[in-house]
Design a protein around this ligand. Structure first.
Ligand SMILES: O=C(O)C1=C[C@@H](OP(=O)(O)O)[C@@H](O)[C@H](O)C1
Ligand SMILES: C=C(OP(=O)(O)O)C(=O)O
Length: 410
């Protein structure tokens, strides 16, 4: 499905209920599988959460988690501890190119039995569950925090808990902190100081209901919409000021781009306001990599230069996001230079109209470029990709007054 997007006016208002955070949901589903006394509310309706949930319920030998990176990494650790269970964990073509070796090596240090079925270091994996007895592991920490969260999530179920020694500069730190906070909320003691994480074995975990906050990465697309509008107020729910999600920094970043955030109970009011246009927006996004595409596209739409650094993880996500951004922004007339870990954008005064944006099976390409329709009509290819994190997105855009026309490919 391709969609043609346009907007008749640059002024709009409306309210949107955003689904639960997929990062929070996927951590809590693993914890719930280990400790069934945990109950969850406002679970994400994203594909990535659905595949994880059905994988946990599955009795099949082959489990396909499609494009879901957290599901791949968290389930690798989870099944490695399931004594007596044998599974083959596989995923989409792209998932079979996303590295998992660091995690597999770490689990093997603990005594896990995991074999690569195709290419060394990549899914599919054959996992034969074992009783893991060791209590200390060293893991390379500059490639993906998901490996570390995966180890932390199984840690309380190990007989002696786990000490995780982090080797190298730690990336995507807020996601590790989120994992630690949920462990603590569930009554599990742990600490994360410098290059060491310690998680104690779970004692008697009390009954616990956890309310999952809505997704801040998804919220970023509404920040972009408001920033690109002439005048807009969008109300999104359900959020909290003391979020566990690192992508909450979007509120501070978009303040510089003319979006005011007002917290009212669990509702966020995003309001277009006067602002002093930065000449060049300079940001290190190593703690919030999923915001990079949103911010680059907003800057393109506002005609603001930007220098984004800390993007070393972007090349191994759903697609090579640095290359994908460069290709699509250049189609619209902008100029982009990329390195292994940075992106430099020089915007263009008049964006080219009617461009087809390719999405490379990456939900965030579709989600990030859609708000640009406030500035120029455009087409998003394979628009259904948004369901990886945000299935209701196109409906929500229509409710805000966008014209979203489903057209056939070509
Ligand atoms: O733990 C998580 O929920 C995530 C961690 C991040 O990945 P990396 O640590 O690989 O950057 C992020 O990009 C991803 O969308 C979700
Ligand atoms: C990188 C992402 O997800 P994952 O790594 O879990 O596939 C994402 O949602 O942007």
């Amino acid at each position: 499905m391709n969609v043609q997007l346009s907007f008749s006016s640059e002024a709009f208002s409306g309210a949107v209920k955003v689904t639960g955070s997929k990062s929070e949901s996927n951590r809590l589903l693993i914890l719930q599988a280990l400790f069934p006394q945990i109950k969850l509310a406002n679970l994400s309706n994203s594909d990535d959460t659905r595949v994880l949930q059905s994988a946990l319920a599955s009795k099949e030998e082959v489990i396909d988690i499609h494009h879901a990176g957290t599901a791949m990494r968290f389930l690798t650790a989870y099944f490695a501890t399931k004594e007596g269970r044998e599974v083959v964990l596989t995923g989409s073509e792209r998932m079979q190119e996303r590295p998992v070796k660091i995690l597999v090596e770490a689990l093997r240090q603990l005594g896990a039995d995991i074999q690569y079925l195709k290419n060394e270091g990549f899914p599919p994996l054959k996992i034969v569950g074992q009783k893991l007895q060791k209590s200390e592991v060293t893991v390379q920490s500059n490639i993906s925090s998901q490996y570390i969260s995966a180890l932390m999530l199984i840690a309380p179920s190990l007989p002696h808990g786990l000490q995780i020694n982090l080797d190298g500069k730690v990336t995507s730190v807020p996601y590790i902190e989120m994992t630690l906070r949920f462990l603590s909320d569930c009554g599990i003691n742990g600490s994360f100081e410098n290059d060491r994480i310690v998680i104690e074995p779970a004692g008697n975990i009390p009954q616990k209901e956890v309310l999952i906050e809505s997704d801040w990465s998804s919220a970023s697309y509404f920040y972009s919409l408001v920033a690109l509008s002439e005048e807009a107020t969008v109300t999104i729910s359900s959020y909290k000021e003391d979020s566990y999600q690192g992508d909450q920094v979007v509120a501070g970043i978009y303040k510089q781009l003319g979006v005011q955030t007002i917290y009212e109970n669990d509702i966020l009011h995003l309001k277009k306001c006067d602002f002093k246009r930065p000449r060049n927006l300079v940001l290190d996004l190593s703690n919030s990599p999923d915001l990079a595409q949103t911010i680059a596209v907003t800057c393109l739409g506002l005609g603001i230069k930007c220098d984004l650094t800390g993007l070393h993880t972007l090349r191994i996500k759903e697609t090579d996001r640095l290359q994908a951004l460069k290709t699509e922004i250049e189609k619209l007339g902008g100029q982009v230079d990329i390195t292994a870990d940075s992106l430099h954008l020089i915007p263009v005064e008049n964006l080219k109209a009617g461009i087809k944006i390719a999405t490379y099976k990456d939900h965030r390409m579709a989600l990030a470029f859609a708000p640009l329709a406030l500035k120029v009509p455009l087409e998003i290819e394979e628009a259904e990709v948004v369901s990886k994190s945000f299935p209701g997105f196109w409906n929500d855009l229509e409710n805000l007054g966008f014209s979203v026309i489903n057209i056939s490919k070509g």
